[in-house]
Design a protein around this ligand. Structure first.
Ligand code: ATR
Length: 295
């Protein structure tokens, strides 16, 4: 038997809670970052039942966990288990990162940082643009606040359930004054000049060959689209958009960037741009090689 050179009594423990969680790429990402930086840490996945999030978080605090990522469907429910919340996460109304502080966990939202960094890396400008958000869940909240805070000219929120889209519109209007319109998918062609589209719906995830935008003519007018899905690598939505000459970006870079931003929050470290890029490239290569196994 060989002795392992890894986890020991001094290891800092981190985790991700979600449901389901077995397809999450975050354990690979976070443990790789820790290893690259030489940190004595371990990051593990936990499948938590909705309604039991507070119990799980309270227990984790008692056990000494240093921090968490939070994914679908707990990004809103987890907020009631926190002792403090970062102002940007409060604006978004969703949390994906918990940092251990005195008396509990403080909540942050790094989805917005991930998305912002993804836009910047792709040279996509939000200022003065008409931005269309597909969906109204937790990820849509981050996308809407990013667009509003970066000076979008006009915002369209498209969702199957109008009530959720209206609630999201109200959330953004609490903080920003830009015009926001709510539409259903069947009226998407009414948008006069959609510059940027961000798909936050789960349609097309896991290999299903559907797109939330059925009329592909829509993509003729769109300059660029970011789909936050990364399984499959190219969704039907991205295929349709690319065919109409629209620039397309999948969700993998956003996933990488939000994860690196979480690591910075947990450790208080400021990682260099070179490190961010190196981590993204290494993870992309790893992911593409192992994609068959992960999907
Ligand atoms: P997340 O927190 O990741 O955003 P979510 O809160 O479950 O996840 O949101 C998923 C989004 O995908 C919602 O906007 C959902 O629309 P509804 O609000 O109408 O439920 C959207 N979505 C899921 N399945 C869909 C489908 N078949 N057609 C259109 N939209 C769908």
């Amino acid at each position: 038997m060989e002795c392992v050179d890894g986890i020991n009594g001094k290891s800092h423990v981190y985790g991700i809670i979600g449901n389901p969680i077995e397809h999450s790429f975050s354990p690979i990402l976070q443990n790789s970052i820790g290893k690259a930086l030489g940190d004595n840490m371990v990051y593990v996945p936990f499948c938590v039942t909705p309604g039991e999030v507070k119990k799980a978080i309270d227990g984790a605090y008692a056990l000494g966990f240093y921090g968490f990522n939070v994914t679908i469907p707990h990004k809103e429910e987890v907020m009631e288990a926190l002792c403090d919340i970062d102002p940007l996460a409060a604006q978004i109304g969703a949390v994906n990162t918990l940092k251990r502080v005195e008396g509990g966990y403080k909540g942050y939202n790094t989805d917005i940082i991930g998305l912002e960094r993804c836009f910047a890396a792709q040279g996509l400008e939000i200022k003065n643009k008409t931005v269309v958000i597909l969906g109204s869940g937790g990820a849509a909240h981050a996308a809407v606040i990013l667009a509003a805070s970066k000076g979008a000219d006009k915002l369209y929120i498209i969702n199957r359930t109008v009530k959720r889209a209206e609630e999201l519109k109200e959330q953004v209007e609490k903080y920003y004054t830009l015009p926001v319109s709510v539409l259903t998918f069947d009226r998407i062609l009414e948008i006069p000049s959609p510059d940027l589209v961000i798909n936050t719906t789960s349609v097309g995830m896991g290999g299903e060959t559907m797109s939330p935008v059925e009329n592909t003519v829509f993509w003729e007018k769109v300059k660029a689209v970011v789909d936050i899905i990364y399984i499959p690598w190219e969704t039907q939505l991205l295929k349709d958009a690319a065919q109409k000459g629209c620039k397309t970006v999948n969700g993998f870079d956003m996933l990488m960037y939000q994860g690196i931003a979480s690591y910075e929050i947990w450790t208080g470290r400021k990682l260099s741009d070179t490190f961010w890029e190196m981590a993204r490239k290494a993870m992309t290569a790893y992911y593409k090689k192992s994609m068959v196994l992960l999907t």
